[in-house]
Write a protein that binds this ligand. Structure first.
Ligand code: MTE
Ligand code: MO
Length: 200
């Protein structure tokens, strides 16, 4: 029998990272509504930045892959109560997309648009967090189909449903547009530290 001794301070540090009502998992659960899109190739794939912006644009996969990328490690928390620490993602910082698209001064929200009509919404300020990514890789490898291949949003600080898988575009908007889970009883703000799970 092997004992792995952990300093009490490590346990305390981990405990501090778990929001109220969450349970740690080492696995990577898969969660979504509907079916996993099938991409035999990415020839028909494109990514759109649109809405209240000065420079809307559309990129094909090859063009999207030319954008600058960064790597981010963060903890993820699903509203169904699993949490996973230190997940590592590589992708295009959302801030870069905003820099190119140039949101108009009255744009205050971002709507992530995924395959099949799924959307999620956040305040522009939330998406401008340097850890917010349009991620194409997890743990050093391309995303698995279940986890959003070829591209997903990673939204820090919010329950994981905001992190739309199979992302196809971002809309900048002067008005908020509640997304799929937000229209189905979940909180609009979704701050896991405040345990904002459901709409009241
Ligand atoms: N397109 C799409 N993205 C989605 C969802 C979905 O239903 N459709 N579900 C969200 C929810 S509820 C969670 S918890 C995470 C789960 O991501 P994972 O399957 O990679 O763990 O994806 C989010 N992104
Ligand atoms: Mo979730």
């Amino acid at each position: 029998m092997v004992f792995k001794w952990q300093k009490p301070s490590d346990d305390a540090e981990i405990a501090r990272r778990i929001p109220p009502g969450q349970v740690l998992t080492e696995k990577f659960p898969v969660l979504h509504f509907g079916r996993v899109p099938d991409y035999p190739d990415l020839a028909g794939w494109d990514f759109r930045a649109f809405g209240d912006v000065e420079q809307p644009f559309t990129l094909n996969w090859g063009e999207f892959r030319q954008l600058p990328t960064t790597t981010v490690t963060l903890d993820i928390h699903c509203v169904t109560r699993w949490s996973k620490l230190d997940t590592t993602w590589e992708g295009v910082p959302f801030t870069h997309v905003a820099e190119v698209a140039r949101p108009s001064p009255d744009a205050r929200f971002v709507i992530f648009h995924a395959e099949g009509g799924f959307t999620s919404n956040v305040p522009l300020e939330t998406a401008m967090d340097p850890q917010c990514l349009l991620a194409s890789s997890y743990d050093g490898r391309p995303l698995e189909p279940d986890h959003g291949y070829p591209l997903r949003a990673i939204v820090p600080g919010r329950y994981f449903w905001k992190s739309a898988k199979w992302l196809r575009g971002v809309e900048f908007s002067r008005e908020d547009k509640p997304g799929f889970w937000e229209r189905n009883g979940y909180s609009n703000s979704a701050d896991y530290w405040r345990e904002e799970r459901y709409a009241d």
